[in-house]
Design a protein around this ligand. Structure first.
Ligand SMILES: Nc1nc2c(ncn2[C@@H]2O[C@H](COP(=O)(O)OP(=O)(O)OP(=O)(O)O)[C@@H](O)[C@H]2O)c(=O)[nH]1
Ligand SMILES: [Mg+2]
Length: 409
């Protein structure tokens, strides 16, 4: 009897040890792609239904053919959370990516999304200006309409002054002429001569680097995803950097955008140093010789000095690899003047070269474009006109003014 019990115990111990070994091996293989040195991971777009793969490529092989060698498995920290599996080294022939439309002409297509501004600003102004003899009260109404649309005091004064000098013309103008006149005056305050070229081109044999900054929820990640699509649509090659390591979901969100158009995302573990992720992203872009690396950042509203430190560090570290060619500040148009106050914190921290105004589809205050540009002295380069993947357009003053006034579609 005793012998039987001992035999059962031995069998049980052997079984437990065997299961333990298997579990251990399983875990080890899923972490093979974890680059413990930098805390970053390279993920290659793959179809959603792709079978999981935890195989390490043969020695000397590179992840996704981009010249980025995965780290040695021995260097993995035991407590590291499981990372995304390494994609197969060979290209998958069945990958189907979306082909976004090119950026040219997007604003013409999207300008009807300015409907909310159009009904309060454009129609309001046209109705008043069409009156037979304009009284002081009428001019005051014009002024109030412009101010209510966030056009700002200086630009409102300019528009009203210029319209008043043309009162004789207005008295006899046809509706079409009136519309044209209003479009012209609005265009004039939108800075038609500002350089709005997006700095995305390769420079001195290195990729262009676009850094995207802004407060919580302004639309940074969405904008980075949409910019990737604009660039892909225009025939450029792109790498994305998920330097928002504050939440894991932020990197997932960005990666999903990249996957749809076949763009690679470099990401870090939650809590990793944002500057090191940005550095890795740009290094990957340099090695792969892509046209542009676009880096998303976290939107925490830091204390001013914290923000300066973090963004400044990201820029400095990135520029060890390649110069930052564009720093875009994303502002939510629905926050109005408040957004301008927030913007000043960022412009003090980094040299912002362009503004992206998002959610213009959700506000009646389209005139915010005018005040943002005037108060910050930085051109609006892109505008967001919806949650759809291709609802981001290069900013064109005249087309925008036409959208505000309406009646052209
Ligand atoms: N209607 C509309 N919604 C937009 C636009 N751009 C972004 N959004 C929405 O705004 C929300 C926030 O966007 P995110 O891109 O996650 O913002 P974020 O700045 O990255 O946010 P954090 O990472 O939390 O700082 C999402 O629901 C977007 O779909 C736009 O142009 N129009
Ligand atoms: Mg984000």
């Amino acid at each position: 009897m005793e012998f039987v019990l001992i035999a059962i115990a031995i069998v049980l111990v052997a079984l437990v040890a065997g299961v333990g070994l298997l579990v251990g091996r399983g875990r080890r293989t899923t972490r093979l792609d974890d680059d413990a040195a930098s805390g970053t991971t390279l993920t290659r777009p793959r179809p959603p239904a792709a079978p999981p793969t935890a195989e390490r490529p043969p020695a000397g092989a590179t992840a996704s053919g981009l010249g980025v060698a995965p780290a040695e498995p021995d260097a993995v920290t035991p407590d590291a959370p499981p990372e995304v599996e390494l994609p197969p080294a060979v290209a998958e022939p069945d990958l189907v990516f979306e082909t976004p439309p090119p950026s040219a002409g997007r604003l013409v297509r999207l300008r009807s999304r300015l409907a909310r501004s159009q009904s309060s600003l454009g129609r309001g102004l046209l109705t008043v200006l069409a009156r037979e003899r304009l009284t002081e009260d009428d001019w005051e109404e014009v002024e109030e309409t412009l101010l209510a649309a966030d056009v700002g005091v200086a630009a409102t004064t300019q528009i009203v002054d210029r319209l008043r000098t043309q009162a004789m013309v207005l008295a006899t103008a046809s509706p079409a002429d009136l519309r044209a006149l209003l479009v012209r005056e609005l265009t004039a305050v939108l800075g038609p001569d500002l350089d709005r070229t997006l700095g995305t081109d390769r420079r001195e044999g290195r990729p262009g680097v676009v850094l995207v900054v802004g407060v919580n929820g302004a639309g940074k990640t969405t904008t980075v995803g949409k910019i990737a699509r604009v660039l892909v649509g225009d025939g450029r090659s792109v790498v994305l950097g998920a330097a928002d390591t504050f939440r894991a979901a932020a990197a997932d969100q960005l990666e999903t955008w990249g996957e749809r158009v076949g763009v690679l995302t470099v990401r870090g573990r939650e809590g990793a140093d944002p500057a090191s992720v940005a550095f890795e992203a740009v290094r990957t872009g340099v090695e792969a010789e892509v046209d542009t690396v676009v880096v998303d950042t976290a939107g925490r509203l830091h204390t001013k000095s914290g923000l300066m430190d973090e963004l400044g560090k990201i820029k400095r570290v990135v520029e060890k690899q390649s110069p930052v060619t564009e720093t875009l500040l994303v502002l939510d148009a629905t926050t109005g003047q408040n957004g301008i106050v927030q913007a000043r914190v960022f412009t003090a921290a980094v040299e912002v070269t362009g503004i992206v105004l998002t959610k213009l589809d959700g506000t009646a205050r389209g005139g915010i474009v005018v005040s943002v540009q005037r108060e910050l002295g930085i051109p609006v380069k892109l505008i967001g006109l919806g949650e759809g993947a291709d609802d981001l357009a290069p900013f064109e003053p005249e087309v925008f003014a036409e959208g505000l006034v309406g009646g052209a579609d």
